[in-house]
Design a binder for this molecule. Structure first.
Ligand code: 5GP
Length: 203
C-alpha cells in the first residue's frame, strides 16, 4: 500500500449526499454509450470556474488538518480542479502527462493507465524534478471509473518515495469501494458526487 500520513489513516470518508455538483450533473450532464457521463458544459470542455472553486473549497474543507505540499492530477480534465485547489493551499500543482509511449524513462517516473474514455493504454509520467520524497501529495481527479488513472498517480508518488496525503475525486461511478479495497488504501479518500442518482444501468 502507498505510504500515508498518520493523520490520513483511519480517515476514509465517503460522502454520498446530494450536493451542488450532483445538481449540476443532473441538470447538464449527458450519458453516453459505454457508461460515460459527459459534463462538457462545466468540466470536460467549458470550465465553470464557480463550480471549480466550490469543488476546491469543499475538498479543502474535507481535508482539513491534512498537511499538503503538492496537488497532483492527470491531464487534461483534472487540471482545472487541481489548479483552484493548489491556489487555496498555495502549493504547486503538477499534472501527470499521458502518451502512448514515454520513450526515455531516464528523467521520469513512468506508470501506465488504460484510458476509460479513449480505450487505449497510456504511459503516464512525471518528470523527476516535479515529484520528491518530501512531498505530501493530495491527488485529485474529475472522475473515478476503474481506478486506472488514480492507480497510476499513486504509483508515481510511490516511485518518488512521497506520501499520499489524500485522494479527492469529483465524480465516482460506483466503483469507489472496490478501488479502496483493491488498492488497500489507507489514505483519506473523498468524493464530491456519485452518479448513483442515474440508477443501476449507469455505474
Ligand atoms: P479510470 O482510470 O478510473 O477508469 O477513469 C478515470 C479517468 O477516465 C478520468 O481521468 C476521466 O478523465 C476519465 N473518465 C472516466 N469515466 C468518465 C466519464 O464518465 N466521463 C468523463 N468525462 N470522463 C471519464
Amino acid at each position: 500500500p502507498p505510504p500515508v500520513s498518520a493523520h490520513a489513516k483511519s480517515n476514509i470518508k465517503v460522502c454520498r449526499n446530494m450536493n451542488f455538483l450532483e445538481e449540476k450533473i443532473l441538470t447538464t450532464g449527458v450519458i453516453k454509450e459505454g457508461n460515460i457521463l459527459k459534463v462538457d458544459s462545466f468540466l470536460n470542455h467549458q470550465i465553470d470556474i464557480d463550480i471549480m472553486r466550490q469543488m476546491a473549497y469543499e475538498f479543502k474543507r474535507r481535508f482539513r488538518g491534512v498537511e499538503v505540499n503538492k496537488v497532483l492530477t492527470i491531464e487534461a480534465s483534472g487540471i482545472a480542479i487541481a489548479t483552484l485547489l493548489g491556489d487555496l493551499y498555495d502549493v504547486p500543482v503538477v499534472f501527470a502527462k499521458k502518451s502512448q509511449t514515454a520513450n526515455s524513462t531516464d528523467d521520469k517516473y513512468v506508470s501506465h493507465a488504460y484510458s476509460f474514455t479513449h480505450k487505449k493504454l497510456n504511459d503516464v509520467f512525471i518528470s523527476k524534478p516535479y515529484l520528491h520524497a518530501t512531498d505530501k501529495v493530495l491527488l485529485v481527479d474529475d472522475f473515478l471509473a476503474d481506478g486506472e488513472a488514480a492507480h497510476a498517480l499513486i504509483d508515481l508518488v510511490k516511485q518518488a518515495g512521497g506520501e499520499i496525503a489524500g485522494i479527492g475525486i469529483a465524480i465516482e461511478k460506483g466503483q469507489l469501494q472496490e478501488f479502496i479495497h483493491k488498492e488497500n488504501l489507507n489514505a483519506f479518500i473523498s468524493m464530491l458526487s456519485t452518479t448513483e442518482v442515474f440508477g443501476k444501468g449507469f455505474n
